[in-house]
Design a protein around this ligand. Structure first.
Ligand code: ZN
Length: 169
């Protein structure tokens, strides 16, 4: 396994539509392992293949607090989405920033696993947000186009949260 370089906003590879994975092979398995390692090392909850410069329909997610429940999505399709959630979102390709994004609160997603077997998953809240965010990457879209208002520096956000916390006391 190896860490891969995370591409950042402005890199044209992030604006391209990714191609479906037609068969699993050693190279793609290595890519998946590298993506997981890169995501964990960067302290992210999700990473899509174009973020490491590969235009394949693959993303990885881990929203568990312990970071020990990796999910691998190959050729994902969003089957259903419902409800609404509004909250801060960030992206490893837009380092140090966050912005408010409204997305569905629930999704149902069909995808292939490492063995190319079709699976279905339903997710709420953070998992739904992560699936939709990563799926957007496969279509060349960054979350910044969905942000309501402006992007915040994360240091600025910590300050706002501190003020909100103290005003509640
Ligand atoms: Zn992202």
């Amino acid at each position: 396994m190896a860490l891969r370089k995370i591409r950042t906003q402005g890199d044209r590879v992030l604006e391209k539509v990714c191609k479906p994975v037609t068969e699993m092979n050693g190279r793609t398995l290595e890519l998946i392992d590298d993506m997981l390692e890169t995501m964990y090392q960067a302290d992210g909850v999700g990473l899509a293949a174009p973020q490491v410069g590969i235009l394949k329909r693959i993303f990885v997610i881990d929203v568990s607090p312990e970071g020990n429940q990796p999910l691998v999505f190959i050729n994902p399709e969003i089957l259903e989405s419902s409800g609404e959630q509004t909250g801060y979102e960030g992206c490893l390709s837009v380092p140090g920033k966050s912005g408010v994004v409204t997305r569905p609160n629930h999704v149902k997603c069909r995808y292939q696993d490492r063995d190319m077997k079709w699976q279905e998953i339903e997710g709420d809240e953070l998992l739904a947000r992560a699936i939709l965010h990563e799926n957007d990457h496969l279509n060349g879209h960054l979350y910044v186009s969905l942000v309501e208002g402006r992007l915040y520096d994360n240091s600025e956000l910590e300050q706002i949260e501190d003020e909100e916390a103290s005003s509640k006391e």
